[in-house]
Design a protein around this ligand. Structure first.
Ligand SMILES: C[S@@+](CC[C@H](N)C(=O)[O-])C[C@H]1O[C@@H](n2cnc3c(N)ncnc32)[C@H](O)[C@@H]1O
Length: 429
């Protein structure tokens, strides 16, 4: 059956019409005519598989990765990078207008990734027996890969060695996570499903197989979604550096094995710069940085405001933040361990004129939205989001008291459907 692809939607698929019903097709581009096979028909929509391309888009390219279409990691490798960005811009605008009921959305700036491949500094491999790779699309079967083109080069080197190493391990992990910083320091986590007797190898043995810059290993047990450390070998943290050229200042970060750091090694600096761009010309007295991690944005903000407080739920990240404050000789920063969405009593102790927030995909809670709308002192909010749907929901509420000054798209995740954005809001007069 032949259909025309009208547009791409959030999640990576394209949509078209088949006997009046909306159908979803992966690996297509708007404007294409394609042949599809029906996979699942529901009352209101049809899930299709792509059989062949009848009229290709001029933006179609040959995917570089041989696992593309099987592996669950990438969605857009068949699309030229410039067009990927255009699609994300359109989806972000459309989502904010449709779900957020916001009018005339203008994405005023787009920041593409300097490199659209080899950008990820972090990976979570799935393991089954001696197979290492990623889940297949919409399945928990594993694609047993020998390399991944969106990973930083040394993560691929480590994968090669891990494939040899895993054969010797009596107890096989279920996941292996690797993180390599922009200073090329590597941490590896082996994740086991339940308590096991012992991990048979030391750092020296592991290093013989994986990247030589590996400084530490953690052996973790997975209980539901929670990871509990069982054994640690070597260092349990690494360092990152961001160079703020405009003010000739380097910011250093310690990142523990349990802490978050932005995954696109080329874009983290640009993310920080774009947030600073929104605040540097005003003289803010007190800033709150909610969901602050190890202080990625908090510490640079400290260079421009009288005082900044970072709020973070992960105690390891808070410890890193406090360490990083000293590492960078910054005295006007404080990190507090709290749930930014629930511990509103803690936020109430402050009178911030600036709030920066960078929540997980779930966005922010009703309580936090209520706090932001009702706190008189807040003049500006800079909202960093990795999910357009929850951003739209939250902006709809915040637009009661704030207007949108600008929205920027920063592409943190080339080759995938994920959309990261920075929205600046100012209090209505
Ligand atoms: C998208 S990351 C952003 C971190 C930081 N802004 C950065 O750029 O590195 C989200 C952070 O929010 C933290 N987090 C998740 N839920 C939270 C909550 N309810 N309250 C406070 N922090 C939370 C996570 O531990 C993580 O560090």
């Amino acid at each position: 059956m032949e259909i025309n692809i009208e547009k791409l939607i959030y999640g990576g698929k394209g949509i078209g019409k088949l006997y009046g019903k909306t159908c979803f097709v992966p690996f297509v581009i708007d404007g294409e005519t394609v042949e599809v096979r029906v996979k699942k028909e529901k009352k209101n929509f049809i899930e299709c598989e792509l059989s062949s391309i009848i009229e290709p888009s001029p933006h179609r390219v040959k995917p570089l990765c041989k696992y593309f279409r099987y592996c669950g990691g990438c969605d857009y490798q068949h699309i030229k990078y410039e067009k990927q960005i255009e699609i994300k811009k359109e989806i972000l605008k459309e989502t904010l207008e449709r779900l957020g009921k916001l009018e005339n959305i203008d994405i005023s700036k787009v920041i593409p990734s300097e490199k659209p491949f080899f950008y990820r500094n972090r990976v979570q491999f799935k393991v089954r027996g001696n197979q290492i790779g990623f889940y297949m699309k919409e399945s928990n079967r594993i694609v047993n890969i020998d390399s991944c083109l969106i990973l930083k080069e040394d993560l691929n080197e480590s994968l090669e060695g891990l494939k040899e190493l895993i054969e010797f391990l009596e107890f096989k992990p279920v996941e292996i996570h690797i993180y390599s910083t922009n200073l090329n320091q590597v941490l590896i986590k082996f994740i086991y499903p339940k308590r096991f007797k012992r991990f048979p190898l030391g750092l020296k043995h592991i290093k013989a197989f994986v990247n030589k810059n590996t400084v530490g290993i953690g052996i973790f047990e997975k209980n539901n979604e929670f990871l509990k450390k069982f054994i640690s070998i070597g260092k349990q943290f690494v360092y990152e550096v961001i160079n703020l050229e405009e003010i000739n200042r380097e910011i250093k970060y310690r990142v523990s094995i349990n802490s978050f750091f932005q995954v696109n090694r080329f874009q983290v600096k640009n993310l920080v710069k774009e947030v600073l761009e929104e605040i540097k010309n005003e003289n803010y007295k007190e800033a709150l940085d909610l969901y602050c991690g190890v202080g990625t944005i908090t510490l640079p903000i400290a260079l421009y405001v009288n005082k900044v407080i970072g709020i973070e739920a992960n105690k390891f990240a808070v410890e890193d933040g406090n360490h990083n404050k000293k590492l960078n000789s910054l005295k006007n920063v404080n990190f507090i361990k709290a749930d930014a969405g629930k511990n509103i009593d803690i936020l109430e102790k402050y009178n911030p004129d600036l709030v920066v927030l960078d929540p997980p995909r779930s966005g922010i809670t009703k309580e936090l939205l209520n706090y932001l709308n009702s706190k008189e002192s807040i003049k500006k909010i800079v909202y960093v989001s990795c999910n357009p749907s929850t951003l739209a929901r939250d902006l709809a509420v915040l637009s009661e008291r704030f207007y949108i000054k600008n929205i920027k798209l920063i592409d943190m995740f080339p080759q995938t459907y994920h959309i990261e954005s920075i929205t600046t809001l100012e209090k209505k007069r």
